[in-house]
Design a protein around this ligand. Structure first.
Ligand SMILES: Cc1ncc(C[n+]2csc(CCOP(=O)(O)OP(=O)(O)O)c2C)c(N)n1
Ligand SMILES: [Mg+2]
Length: 824
């Protein structure tokens, strides 16, 4: 179904000019007198108190890191501490007018943002709401620590809770907000709208964008702020997130109340440095960061620079920008100018800047400047500020005392509970739908043209005579994936799918053909060619409460989304100590025919990363069952699909692929051919080669081979394979992955260990050559062939009488040593 947007050559070839509007730079100029209309005395003082809490909190950590003590409390904190002394006004200004429904995501330097947003939330929540949040959080474990202190009000208790939960997390205590599994750079607290902070520079840009997508598609209140540093502007994924967030389709193609921009604000805390590189004048060319909005869209992202040393200027900007976002005009970019007077981290010798510069910014101390203005305007007296200072030092001191005490604030005990982290790696839940509302669809499922076409197909790959049903009549692998997905679209209203060419094209390999007719834009759309943003937004979408299927067109593009898959998708469930879920399915097509950069099998890379479930079905029955399991689950799944078998029918599951929904449990290998003399374990499409080899073994050599299809790499149940090896005493493992570093080696080693007593020979691994993938014409020289499996058996397990070795295929020890020395 083509889009209605018509590209008229007469129109687009006309000559003209692009005109840019002026970008405001530090235009805020209100006096305190004028601001009295917007703030009560208590508000003015609270802004100062919040800045002071951050300043004292950071000073405490600085003191601990540099002197091993704070206010007489001795402690050694070996972990990281990226302090933001100097940046307090920008953090408090950012958080001041945000509600708890407004989410912030941040960076490695986010202690200040956590405290500012937390204090803002505490101000806005009722006592009952606060008590409920604190009591419910890990069964009140964090609350119990601070509840023992005297308090005059619930808000006072909540402030202790916030400061303690944050500090205990930084000090890796079990009573911290995420049981110490996040730590300094990743601390957060969702009930106050504080979402994950990210140690990957700019990592939050895509994730926050996904969270904004979640809010939009699921009509959730609030906006999302990506708090990232000025140097993160150099990172591709940040650009990708901006590109994604500014897609025209939100305003031009999405319909009804879905029409309009994403509620996302990219807030660059511009402290003018990376670690030591100066973004203005050295590592970037933007001169003023706010300029960067100008080229993104005609609205120039409503970009502006604001003076982050004045909290009132920042509040003013956030108020205006939030309004723009609520009017669905996003995305917005803010360049919040600030400066950190402390080093990047406590070990930083500040060799990249002069003392005069630091001293000058010290003089422009935002807290003092603000205090002076408020006193001068007659709003409050110096002694009232002094009282706040004293209270805050007392607060930070008492919390610090609690957080360093091993008895009050214990760490997770891996001796007592050796499975503690292991049990958090996956949430392993079955959640049919992430929300109860009716899914938005455009027609009844049975009226969908693809569903109707599939209804006419043969669901079993053989006809009555035992011949293979022709490709256009048979229910194909791609139909299996489609059926599982469309079923879920009609069940889970939060489910969205997107990626490159996902909508009208039907996905590059036609898996989604027919979905365009069934789904509105906001549930199925084309993304920019931004692999990092595709996966990163999926991560943000899912951690915010939705379910998503995102797609990479070729396996070889995994690297373009490396951080998002390996650091984000995989890690947030455990890093959050189980608070966050990640029901994100990443479909990855494994290429063929397209040469070196489009045809490599990188499944092993994903299997290596803890926290990802990885499967690779190669039959329609397995595809539908495993996709259904992925989509019913709560965990991140990398779902590999081979381009070689998209049009294959089902040749193994008697009776064919069931029409109704069914699950195949992850991690259960499947015996595709029974045998008694030798086991062949395959991952991916090599299954079909192994079956051919088994046939030859039977017919030519009288050897009965059992062929097992791993189907999943992670998790993996060895029992069935061991059982087989006990019977056969011999095993060959084969897949299309390059042999070096292949997951097959892991399987082989474990099988060797587990079934050593039953093996007649060590397991043999048959992988692709450790080369670039050459042109399709050389497929047989590069990927494991039927004959290679026979070669391996002949050379390493049992001589096959009369077998002629394939030229250039050599599994001997000498050959292994030779190629390894060469780095091949
Ligand atoms: C992808 C990535 N590259 C490099 C680093 C190492 N690193 C940590 S902070 C930092 C500088 C970041 O500068 P900016 O984004 O401006 O944030 P700031 O530290 O100034 O708050 C660098 C290079 C990292 N954590 N992640
Ligand atoms: Mg910076």
């Amino acid at each position: 179904m083509p889009k209605s947007q018509f590209i008229d050559p007469m129109e687009v070839r006309k000559s003209g000019w692009i005109e840019y509007q002026k970008t405001p730079v530090n235009q805020y100029n209100k006096t305190i007198e004028e601001e009295k209309a917007n703030y009560s005395k208590a508000d003015f003082l609270r802004i100062y108190r919040d800045m002071k809490v951050i300043r004292e909190f950071e000073s405490m950590i600085n003191s601990i890191k540099t002197t091993g003590a704070y206010n007489g409390i001795e402690y050694n904190h070996p972990g990281p501490a990226h302090l933001s002394i100097g940046q307090e006004a920008s953090a408090v200004g950012m958080a001041y007018c945000l509600d708890t429904d407004d989410f912030i995501f941040g960076s490695h330097r986010s202690h200040g943002e956590i405290l500012a947003k937390g204090l803002s939330a505490i101000e806005k929540l009722s006592d009952d709401e606060l008590m409920k949040i604190m009591k419910d959080y890990f069964g009140g474990k964090t609350l119990a620590v601070v509840d023992a202190l005297p308090h005059n009000s619930v808000k006072e208790l909540a402030i202790d809770f916030l400061v303690y939960g944050t500090l205990a997390e930084i000090f890796a205590r079990e009573t911290g907000f995420h049981r110490g599994l996040g730590g300094s750079m990743h601390a957060f607290f969702c009930p106050f709208g504080i979402y994950p902070n990210n140690a990957i520079v700019g990592g939050s840009a895509t994730i926050a964008t996904g969270s904004a997508l979640y809010k939009k598609v699921n009509k959730k209140p609030g906006i999302v702020v990506a708090n990232i540093g000025d140097a993160s502007m150099g990172r591709g994924p940040v650009w990708e997130a901006i590109a994604f967030s500014a897609m025209d389709q939100f305003k031009k193609l999405w319909e009804g109340d879905m029409k309009g921009g994403l509620p996302i604000l990219f807030n660059f805390f511009n402290n003018q440095y990376g670690m030591g590189g100066q973004t203005r004048g050295e590592t970037m060319g933007f001169d003023i960061l706010a300029r960067m909005g100008a080229g993104v869209n005609p609205e120039q992202m409503y970009s502006e620079r604001v003076d982050g040393y004045n909290p009132l200027a920042v509040i003013d900007a956030f108020k205006r920008k939030k309004q723009i976002l609520l009017e669905k005009k996003g995305p917005v970019l803010l360049d919040t100018l600030t400066y950190r007077t402390t080093g990047h981290s406590p070990s930083d010798a500040s060799s990249y800047r002069t003392k005069e510069e630091i001293d000058l910014w010290f003089k422009h101390n935002a807290l003092d400047e603000y205090k002076e203005k408020i006193v001068l305007a007659g709003v409050a007296s110096t002694s009232e500020f002094d009282a706040i200072d004293n209270d805050v030092v007392e607060l930070v001191t008492k919390i610090c005392r609690l957080a360093v005490d091993d008895k009050i604030s214990p760490r997770m005990d891996f001796i007592k509970d050796p499975h503690a982290i292991e049990d958090l790696m996956f949430s392993n839940q079955k959640i049919a739908k992430m929300d109860d509302r009716k899914p938005d669809v455009l027609l009844a499922k049975e009226d969908d043209p693809r569903v109707q076409a599939i209804a006419k197909k043969e669901r079993w790959g053989y006809d009555e005579k035992g011949a293979k049903v022709s490709k256009n009549k048979v229910f194909q692998f791609r139909d299996g994936v489609f059926e599982a997905i469309i079923d879920k679209f009609y069940e889970d209203p939060t489910l969205v799918a997107y990626g490159e060419e996902n909508r009208d094209w039907g996905g590059a390999f036609a898996v989604y053909r027919g979905l365009t007719e069934a789904l509105p834009y906001h549930r199925l759309f084309n993304s920019p060619i931004s692999e990092a943003a595709i996966v990163g937004t999926g991560v943000g979408y899912c951690m915010s409460g939705g379910r998503a299927i995102v797609e990479l067109m070729y396996c070889d593009f995994l690297g373009c989304a490396g951080d998002e898959i390996f650091n984000q998708m995989s890690k947030w469930q455990a890093m959050s100590a189980g608070i966050l879920k990640m029901p994100l399915t990443l479909r990855v097509s494994v290429g063929s025919k397209y040469g070196a950069q489009h045809s490599q099998d990188w499944t092993s890379l994903c299997a290596h990363i803890p926290g990802l479930k990885v499967c690779f079905p190669v039959t329609p029955y397995d595809a539908k069952g495993l996709m259904t399991t992925a989509l019913n689950g709560s965990d991140p799944v990398v779902f590999f699909e081979s381009q070689r078998v998209y049009d294959y029918g089902e040749y193994f599951h008697e009776g064919g692929v069931p029409k109704e929904s069914y699950e195949i449990p992850f991690g259960e290998p499947d015996i595709k051919r029974k045998g008694s003399d030798l086991t062949i374990l395959t991952i991916g499409v090599t299954l079909y080669k192994a079956l051919e080899a088994a046939k030859i073994l039977e017919e030519k050599y009288g050897i009965s081979a059992e062929v097992i299809d791993a189907r999943c790499l992670v998790p993996f149940n060895y029992e069935k394979v061991i059982e087989s090896v006990k019977k056969t005493g011999k095993i060959v493992l084969a897949s299309d992955a390059c042999q070096r570093g292949s997951y097959l080696n892991d399987l082989a080693e474990n099988i060797n260990e587990m079934a050593f007593d039953y093996l007649d020979a060590p397991p043999v691994v048959v992988g692709a050559k450790n080369w670039i993938t050459p042109a399709y014409e050389f497929d047989a020289d590069f990927f494991p062939q039927t004959s290679w499996i026979l070669d391996a058996i002949d050379q390493k397990i049992i001589p096959l009488k009369g077998h002629v070795t394939t030229p250039n295929v050599n599994y001997t020890t000498n050959e292994k040593i030779r190629i390894s020395k060469k780095g091949v």
